[in-house]
Ligand binder design. Sequence first.
Ligand code: ACO
Length: 340
Amino acid sequence: MSRPHPRSPRLLKPKRTVSIIGTGSYVPERVLTNAELEKLVDTTDEWIVTRTGIRERRIAASDEYTSDMATKAAQKAIEQAGISPEEIDLILVATATPDMFFPSTACFVQRQLGAKKAACFDMSAACSGFLYALEVAQQFITSHTFNTVLVIGAEKLSTIVDWNDRNTCVLFGDGAGAAILRNRAGSHGVISTYMGSDGSFTDILSMPGGGCRFPITRDNAAQRLNTIKMMGKEVYKQAVNAMLTAANTALEQSGLKADDLACIIPHQANMRIIEAIAARMNVPMDRFLINLDKYGNTSAAAVAIALDEANRTGRMKIGDYVLLVVFGGGLTWASSVIQW
Ligand code: ACO
């Protein structure tokens, strides 16, 4: 018998099977290509593609907010699930770029959807947010607190990118993805989940300004503290290790092997990170769903958009085993094994 990971002795045995009964995604129309970035900062298409795999990303309009993208993704998920907004008990929005500190982006989404019965709150786990929210949703459903939960990952990262910093501005994009989770007796669903964090790395990836530590003042704004700060190399190293730990732990808990997986949906940050994980898991690259070439890193939205793409393009067939694995600021990481 395989030993559980030392940091995660907990083996989840949901009393109720939690299924994803609908997915949706939305990306803004505006495409920002690497060629356009060449005109903004000292970079090249060749550098960006070789170091990251990203070719273009989407940028939201100035009057298009995180809640608007989240709502559009949610509407598609609701339609696919065949439910009405009034059936939703809980709306969770994972985001690092909420419309406002409060009210929550989830409340803005509730208003736009007309999901009057739902409780609403946002989750902050940076790029790991969607899988953190999936786990929270699962707990609410397995504990019989709620039946139907709308989980969204949505970001307007273009508003917190420093467009003068070539180290970061080439990496990120905007978008949203959503999933409807519901108890479906006896049917396929979430098999295992794992979440981890390490607060000793808060400094390597953050947006320091705008909170109570560095409130919005003229000085703080001049230092661009309200933009993404990243120590890329350190993040890269930690990302590979954390995603491997997360993937292996969720797999162990599920009782499955990497070979059993039909599809792996990783955080869409950097092609080289995904290639390193594929090599260390000994899984061929064609089993990984990759769309970072089109959208860049959309943080909490990334794995949600990719899940919807996998669902709608038939990458996952009924009964397939699928692994989702993410990593982000905090540091945070998470993984889920799902039978589709
Ligand atoms: N264009 C051209 N040159 C650049 C650019 C650019 N856009 N950005 C950096 N460079 C330069 C650097 O200045 C450096 O130049 P120097 O040697 O003269 O100092 C050189 O390229 C090499 O820089 P490195 O940082 O060593 O490049 P590296 O190969 O590590 O790639 C990258 C950088 C792509 C950021 C990589 O470290 C990475 O992907 N890290 C992980 C980032 C990540 O995943 N972040 C998000 C995860 S969590 C979340 O999603 C919020």
